[in-house]
Write a protein that binds this ligand. Structure first.
Ligand SMILES: Nc1ncnc2c1ncn2[C@@H]1O[C@H](COP(=O)(O)OP(=O)(O)OP(=O)(O)O)[C@@H](O)[C@H]1O
Length: 371
């Protein structure tokens, strides 16, 4: 699966642009603020129906315009598939595949998978556990259509139980049977999600380790652990044992909404002790493992979107990473860099052909590389 042509209309700082892409490595080069990342984000829209960077769709419409449109022509199993997303101000986002509009955007998720690696990903390490759960949930839902629905059910059950805890606090008494029914609902949905997360992590962690070791040449010991209160406890029992605390705090304190990933380097927490380069390497290995997992489940190669990937990595890691991603295991790649000379030099050194697009103030020109 690869993206042959990308067309933009009034998308962020682009009034109009059309790119004929290469099935292998595409580089977007240009000054800061030129619009390189915006091109990656447009591709992300085609894959996941939303921006990677900004959840507010209307903010993607070019200032002073009243709509945006992003369209991509994909080659999938040698057939042409056209995906388009358009949004008019004050109207619903329209998403089409081969001219047919989707009723549920969720039906599109996973058909044209992609993985973005961007400087924003550092939030997965530095921010709260919600970011890490979001990461897990995003990866699983690209390969399991029911997972998102199950999460929605769990969150609804959690809201119901929390509302009940609030009303108990207001009334000062409660009906244990009613709470037991809400517990049953929460346990039934939570247990399914826990099992799926556990199965996913069992496949994911060894792949992550393999990528991290390759990237760092075994110089660093990094560890990734899935933590959930459900590992050592029965969920019903957990809810029963924490009922007094839950009543006092008026919310459910234990459950899969507290799951987390623990990241460490040489046995120390990555967040506090990892250098910027180590954190970046860790995140890259995490995203490459996401790539490998998607490929394994889908049977074809996702698109790889690399934003500002060279920043904070030493030359050796850059060379190793670029050699790896331009190898046969990977498919179509998009990379941004402010320096055309640097990116062309890196790919010339590893003998991989590169298609360069020069971006300047929302205009793109395709440059022929003479090597
Ligand atoms: N809705 C919009 N309308 C007009 N311009 C926009 C809109 N959204 C973003 N931009 C502009 O897009 C530009 C940022 O583009 P982008 O993030 O792609 O830059 P970049 O080339 O990746 O830069 P850097 O090298 O600094 O990462 C900014 O100039 C910003 O003002």
């Amino acid at each position: 699966m690869w993206l042959e042509k990308l067309t933009l209309l009034n998308f962020k700082n682009y009034e109009e642009a059309e790119l004929a892409l290469s099935p292998t490595v595409n580089a977007f080069t240009g000054d800061n603020g030129a619009g390189k990342t915006n091109l990656l984000d447009a591709i992300h829209y085609l894959s996941l129906c939303k921006s990677y960077f900004n959840p507010i769709d209307t903010q993607q419409i070019r200032s002073n315009a009243d709509f945006f449109m992003v369209q991509g022509s994909f080659d999938k199993d040698s057939a042409r598939e056209v995906v388009s997303c358009s949004l008019k101000r004050n109207q619903k986002k329209q998403f089409r595949r081969n001219k047919k509009e989707y009723q549920r955007l969720a039906d599109h998720i996973g058909l044209f998978p992609s993985v973005m690696i961007s400087p924003n990903d550092v939030n997965i390490i530095t921010e709260g556990s919600e970011e890490r759960r979001r990461f897990i949930d995003n990866v699983i839902s690209q390969t399991d259509a029911q997972y998102l629905d199950e999460l929605i059910v769990y969150n609804k059950n959690l809201l119901n139980r929390n509302a009940m805890l609030k009303s108990i606090a207001e009334r000062g008494s409660y009906d244990p049977e009613l709470l037991a029914i809400l517990d049953d609902q929460l346990v039934a949905s939570g247990q399914k999600i826990f099992e799926k997360r556990k199965d996913f992590m069992a496949v994911f962690i060894p792949v992550f380790q393999k990528h991290y070791q390759y990237l760092t040449e075994d110089a660093e010991q990094a560890e990734l652990k899935y933590e959930s209160p459900l590992f050592d406890n029965d969920f019903h029992e957990l809810l029963r044992s924490s009922v007094e605390r839950d009543r006092f705090l008026q919310r459910t304190t234990l459950g899969i909404h507290k799951d987390d990933l623990n990241f460490s380097v040489h046995g120390m927490p990555m967040k506090k002790f990892g250098s910027q380069g180590q954190q970046k390497s860790f995140l890259i290995a995490l995203k490459l493992a996401q790539y490998s997992f998607l490929q394994l489940k889908k049977g074809y190669k996702p698109l790889l979107l690399l934003d500002d990937i060279f920043d904070k990595l030493d030359d050796k890691r850059i060379r190793k990473l670029m050699t790896m991603v331009s190898h046969d295991d990977f498919g179509q790649i998009f990379i941004t860099d402010t320096s055309r000379t640097r990116i062309e030099g890196i790919f010339a050194a590893i003998g991989v052909e590169l298609t360069t697009f020069v971006v300047s103030k929302g205009a793109v020109s395709h440059e022929k590389n003479e090597r």
